[in-house]
Design a protein around this ligand. Structure first.
Ligand code: ADP
Length: 491
């Protein structure tokens, strides 16, 4: 019998994605399957999810789930089971998974994601009946605040006869906590004891993430360094005390990348496939990218200076405001910049201004474009990730795989996955990128200068690219680590 895990998430590729969480939740089932673990994924029934579900097989029905009619539909996510929470009043709407069409949080996000948690707890404890038998799960795995009420309901909200199901709470970003007003507490259907400093209460209101963090059997986050950082005031976003208190149950497991989707040798989305041995073919991707962005084309393989790329949400976390200040320096070094991103309107406007100031050298596309993100990794020389904090980060991992050298801040998963090209690492031949310290104009400018110098030494540069491409950030090791954790909890 495989170990059965219920993975509860608000997004998963290929069905719905707003960020790295979707990549990870989508890849997890296949990452652990070789180790005898079957992951069933529970997703909200957004329109795009329902549309891809095919025949609707109802596996459970509630007349009222926190006041809303809802049912569970069965399906498949790749080769693994999928269950969709079909509650049209909560999830079938225009807009994004979290935001209304005007870009504001849905005012009933608390209800939408409390319902997801309630459904998850019921499902884990055996709500689903398959061939006359209750299907229980061995472990519930909740991702981020949107799923964090699931461990809370398992802990406080189950009838006495319900089986005990251990839970894992994974923090993909501790900055997003699902804060709600105290007035919703009576509607969550939790006992009074849940309202305390050791419960869902947080500064007079409710933190849904905290509810999961105090009740989960184990807590993980997505890199070892971030697992340390969130115990400190600078990175804990108010939850550092709780993270210290739960240190024994807290660990960091790096995200892997899905090698079937992110492999320059076979990627169907890029102009020309290449490997570490045929890196010269990467130039065709660079030329294509220059044309697509309207950048001044280089002539030889290295002409036109290093082509820096950025693929990101445009928010304070990502340090893009500091990058804006450093753009003149980047251009002054002979570099060029292609940016793909969306987010803060002010930041979007400022990048457009920078592009207008440096025609042919700086180009910007505002929006979300999966295919273009592949073409940028394939065509770019270096990817900039100047994040103020970064739980794991995926774009630097894709950069490593594509020979697009990562230039990153030394924080979280960026610190754990990129080996800085300092003299010792260069001498040992192990460097894979460039790291800089605390995100500031001075540190970023110094890193850009160092990158341009390395780029000017072709042998060293190719070594960096090849080292990165040889690094293994597949799901092998991380899948194994999750499996060990699941097994330790289910004993
Ligand atoms: P986060 O989850 O904080 O946004 P990650 O680096 O963990 O950051 O994951 C971001 C994911 O979203 C990556 O797969 C990245 O390629 C993708 N991404 C971010 N912005 C865009 C965009 N504008 N267009 C396409 N893909 C994007």
């Amino acid at each position: 019998m495989p170990l059965r895990v219920l993975s509860v998430t608000s997004e998963a590729v290929p069905l719905v994605k707003t960020g790295g969480l979707a990549d990870v939740a989508g890849a997890l089932p296949a990452a652990v399957a070789p180790h005898g673990v079957e992951v069933t994924t529970l997703l909200p029934g957004y329109p795009q999810v329902l549309a891809r579900l095919g025949r609707k097989r109802v596996v459970h029905t509630w007349d009222s789930l926190l006041g809303e009619p809802a049912r569970l539909l069965g399906g498949m996510l790749g080769d693994s089971p999928l269950v969709v929470l079909d509650a049209p009043s909560l999830f079938v709407r225009d807009g994004s998974p979290y935001l209304d069409p005007a870009g504001r949080d849905w005012s009933d996000n608390w209800l939408r994601f409390a319902a997801l948690g309630r459904a998850a707890a019921d499902l884990a404890a055996g709500a689903m009946v398959v061939r006359g038998k209750r299907r229980q799960f061995d472990v519930l795995h909740a991702h981020d605040w949107q799923a964090a009420m699931a461990p809370a309901y398992l802990h406080w909200g189950m009838p006495p006869e319900a089986p005990l199901v251990p839970s894992v709470m994974t923090i993909h970003n501790i900055a997003f906590q699902g804060w709600q007003g105290a007035e919703i507490f009576p509607r969550l259907g939790l006992p009074r004891e849940a309202w305390s400093v050791d419960g869902v209460e947080y500064h007079g209101g409710i933190s849904m993430l905290k509810a999961g963090l105090v009740t989960a059997s184990a807590i993980t986050t997505v890199s070892p360094t971030y697992a340390q950082e969130i115990r400190t005031e600078e990175f804990g976003m108010g939850l550092q005390g709780l993270m210290v208190a739960r240190s024994r149950d807290l660990s960091g497991i790096l995200n892997g990348i899905d090698a079937a989707t992110w492999n320059p040798e076979s990627d169907p989305l890029i102009a020309k496939n290449y490997t570490a041995r045929t890196l010269s073919r990467k130039v065709a991707n660079k030329r294509a990218l220059e044309a697509e962005f309207g950048l001044e084309p280089g002539k030889g393989p290295r002409a036109g200076g290093p082509l820096f790329v950025v693929i990101t949400r445009l928010t304070w976390q990502k340090g893009v405001d500091v990058l804006l200040e450093a753009i003149d320096h980047l251009v002054g070094l002979g570099g060029r910049l292609a940016l793909l991103g969306s987010g803060d309107a002010d930041m979007e406007a400022r990048f457009h201004e920078a592009a207008a100031r440096h025609p042919g050298r700086v180009a910007v596309k505002i929006g979300y474009d999966e295919g273009l993100s592949h073409r940028m990794q394939a065509g770019g020389d270096a990817i900039l990730v100047p994040s103020r904090f970064e739980p794991c980060g995926l774009t630097q991992l894709y950069g490593l795989a594509y020979g697009c050298v990562p230039v990153v801040a030394r924080t979280g998963g960026l610190a754990d996955t990129v080996i800085d090209a300092n003299p010792a690492a260069l001498a040992a031949g192990v460097a894979t990128g460039v790291q800089h310290g605390a995100v500031s104009y001075e540190s970023l400018v110094a890193a850009l200068s160092r990158t341009a110098t390395l780029y000017g030494r072709p042998e060293e540069w190719v070594r960096l690219q090849r080292n990165g491409m040889a690094a293994d950030f597949s799901w092998n090791a991380s899948g194994q680590a999750y499996v060990e954790l699941y097994r330790s909890l289910s004993r």
